[in-house]
Design a protein around this ligand. Structure first.
Ligand code: TSJ
Length: 650
């Protein structure tokens, strides 16, 4: 019987597996969902090792009705001959010796995979049962492992029911492993098709040519992954649906002793970097030396080409790495030995040699790539995009320096157009942001200069939704506003520094005015939300009509009110229609729109943050049709619409 064959010399091994059950966290991280799926990946990794070393091409994974999983490859089959010192079959060693998978593989495979390299024995130790079938030498072999309660009431797991035996003959080669995670360890956790599908797809991308077939026997779902383009297809997949600067990713593959590097690079017209790196199929989320090496090389090579092609003049500074990374999507795939992972989540590559190797190989490969005539325009495209990024970066830096500067002389220039209030009492002070220089002029003359400040806006300030913060900052109109309010923006925003209790937007009652107002509100919503939440933002309502007679004047603020106003005036009235703020003289503007005793203000509130968000996005998004619709429907501050119900004299 099997028990008899396993004498005292094997105790160490058996206790090894006991340790896994005792402290599963040490081996699979958690006994939660992640650790549960880890059991599967330990097995799959072994199959991938075999295939990526050139033996076989397909892995099938099936999630069975009884809660078990089966993984099969068409490689050479795990060795079945007797292990020289342990005197057991190779299969049994793999399954009953802790870390055997890793050691076993290291001598046979160039780069051993495995999430933590703990090997198949860990899966065995944490399973109720585990069956391994090997197809090799024209024969079909099988060994079964199980867990049971021993005579002391202790659970033993991963115990061979019997030594490996031949159970038939076959023409195929490969390895098939089935296992049932032990519910004593994992409770009622189940394999999740979607989780497995995502990782299987990633593994197929990372291992060019590898076919992975995933079948869910519980509900009949089935997926297959196979990418002849490997990480080139991966990069393309990542930018699907986005507009690209060029169609096909730049790709290279290079090797050194015990080192393998693959890189795919594509660009979109976006402004963000989207990079993915992997070492031995493990995502290095925190980056590391390989990423550093790649970045150094990429920046250097591209700057070199820019100089050689005279796209950078002698007196111009080199472009920065961040300039070249704007809009980049790249996949870096490294296979190497003796990996050292560092960082908070152990997902950062620490090996110093990876930096120098990746840097050297990338420099060599990219140089060769761009030396080819057909790729010169590609280099120009990338350099052009980087130069745009550099321009924005420099403009943003200037803007930041200016807005942040506490130097009065420098700020004076920026707020040159601002007519400040004389009072230092912030509680009392108001800032009018006025559309147009002529209305701005009237407002400056008509105001109460003690507590009212005027900031005329020339032209439309930029669209805050579409642009990045540095571009928003680079806009002169916006910078002027930021500077005048003195609160800072975004994370730096500090309400206590606010110089005005009320910030009043005053724009014309037409489409352009509505647009300017929407843009300003978007800006406040995005970068000074507290200003709105705390009730400091208002929209001023200029009159639409003046109804008057010799000794009689009435200003009318909506079309609905007009008939009544005309009736009040009686026979012989005159009617003036205001097309813009600019048509009012300073006195009229004061009386109708600015005088706190008579004016009407709408306090801008974010009653419903999601609705506000929607309005802002609809107003500023790319969809021109829905934007137009929205402006016509809501953003007009139509004197008859819902918004008017909220307005009160302030
Ligand atoms: F480890 C495992 F049991 F979990 C497992 C291993 C699971 C699965 C699904 C596949 C494999 C596996 C192992 N597939 N292929 C191999 N190959 C070997 O172990 C192997 C075969 C031949 C030789 C040789 O030198 O002839 C060496 C090795 C390592």
């Amino acid at each position: 019987m099997a028990e008899k064959d396993y004498g005292s010399k094997d105790i160490v091994v058996l206790e090894g597996l006991d340790a896994v059950r005792l402290r599963p966290g040490m081996y699979i991280g958690t006994t939660g969902n992640k650790g549960f799926h880890h059991l599967l990946w330990e097995i799959v990794d072994n199959a991938i090792d075999e295939i990526s070393n050139g033996y076989g091409d397909t892995i099938s994974i099936s999630l069975n009705k009884d809660g078990s999983a089966t993984v099969e490859d068409n490689g050479r089959g795990i060795p079945v001959d007797e292990h020289p010192t342990l005197h057991k079959s190779g299969v049994e060693v793999v399954y009953t010796t802790l870390h055997a998978g890793g050691k076993f593989n290291n001598s046979n495979y160039k780069f051993s995979g495995g999430l933590h390299g703990v090997g198949a024995s860990v899966t065995n130790a944490l399973s109720k049962w585990c069956n391994v079938t090997v197809y090799k030498n024209g024969k079909e072999y099988q060994i079964k492992f199980h867990s049971f309660v021993d005579k002391d009431g202790k659970i033993k797991s991963g115990i061979p029911v019997a030594p490996l035996k031949q159970i038939g003959s076959t023409k195929k080669t490969g390895t098939k492993v089935s296992f049932l995670p032990d519910e004593a360890m994992f409770g009622d956790l189940k394999f999740n098709f979607d989780t497995i599908s995502v990782r299987a797809k990633e593994l197929a991308f990372l291992n060019k040519g590898l076919k992975i077939v995933l079948k869910d026997e519980r509900d009949g779902r089935e997926e297959a992954f196979h990418y002849e383009g490997g990480i080139s297809d991966f990069a393309s997949y990542m930018v699907e649906g986005k507009s690209k600067l060029f169609a096909k990713p730049i790709y290279f593959h290079a090797e050194d002793t015990n080192f393998d590097l693959e890189v795919a690079i594509i660009y979109t017209d976006s402004y963000t970097e989207n990079s993915f790196s992997f070492v031995n199929n493990i995502p290095t989320i925190e980056g590391g030396t390989h990423e550093t090496g790649f970045r150094n090389a990429f920046t250097k090579v591209m700057n070199g080409i820019a100089r050689a092609n005279n796209l950078l003049k002698e007196k111009e500074a080199n472009l920065l790495g961040e300039d070249f990374r704007e809009g980049i999507t790249c996949v870096i795939n490294v296979k190497m030995t003796n990996v050292q992972f560092e960082g908070q989540t152990k997902t950062k590559l620490g090996n110093p040699e990876a930096r120098t190797l990746v840097e050297a190989l990338t420099t060599r490969e990219l140089t060769t790539f761009f030396e080819q005539k057909k790729n010169t325009t590609l280099a120009d495209t990338i350099i052009g995009k980087a130069k745009e990024a550099a321009k924005v970066r420099e403009a943003a830096k200037k803007a930041k320096d200016l807005t942040r500067s506490k130097n009065a002389a420098e700020n004076f220039n920026l707020v040159g157009k601002l007519a400040a209030a004389s009072s230092k009492n912030k509680e009392q002070c108001e800032l009018f942001i006025v559309e147009g220089d002529s209305a701005g002029g009237s407002a400056k003359q008509g105001r109460d200069r003690k507590f009212q400040a005027i900031l005329p806006l020339r032209g439309k300030p930029l669209n805050a939704e579409k642009k990045r913060i540095d571009q928003v900052l680079a806009n002169e109109e916006i910078r002027t506003i930021i500077s005048a309010l003195d609160t800072g923006i975004g994370e730096d925003f500090d309400l206590s520094s606010l110089r005005y209790n009320k910030v009043i937007i005053l724009s014309d009652a037409d489409q352009d005015g509505a647009h300017i107002r929407a843009i300003l509100l978007t800006f406040f919503f995005r970068y000074m939300r507290e200003l709105i939440n705390d009730g400091h933002v208002y929209v001023g309502l200029p009159p639409l009509y003046k109804v008057y007679k010799k000794d009689y004047v009435e200003y009318v603020y909506s079309d609905a009110e007009l008939p009544d106003a005309i009736a009040r005036a009686g026979r012989g009235y005159s009617l003036q229609r205001y097309k813009g703020l600019g048509e009012m003289n300073p006195e009229q503007l004061w009386e109708t729109t600015m005088d706190p005793e008579k004016r009407s203000l709408i306090q801008v509130s974010i009653e419903d943050a999601t609705e506000a968000e929607r309005m802002v996005t609809t107003l500023m998004g790319d969809d021109i049709e829905s934007r137009k619709k929205y402006i016509n429907l809501h953003a007009n501050f139509d004197r008859e619409d819902d918004f008017m119900k909220n307005y009160k004299n302030n």
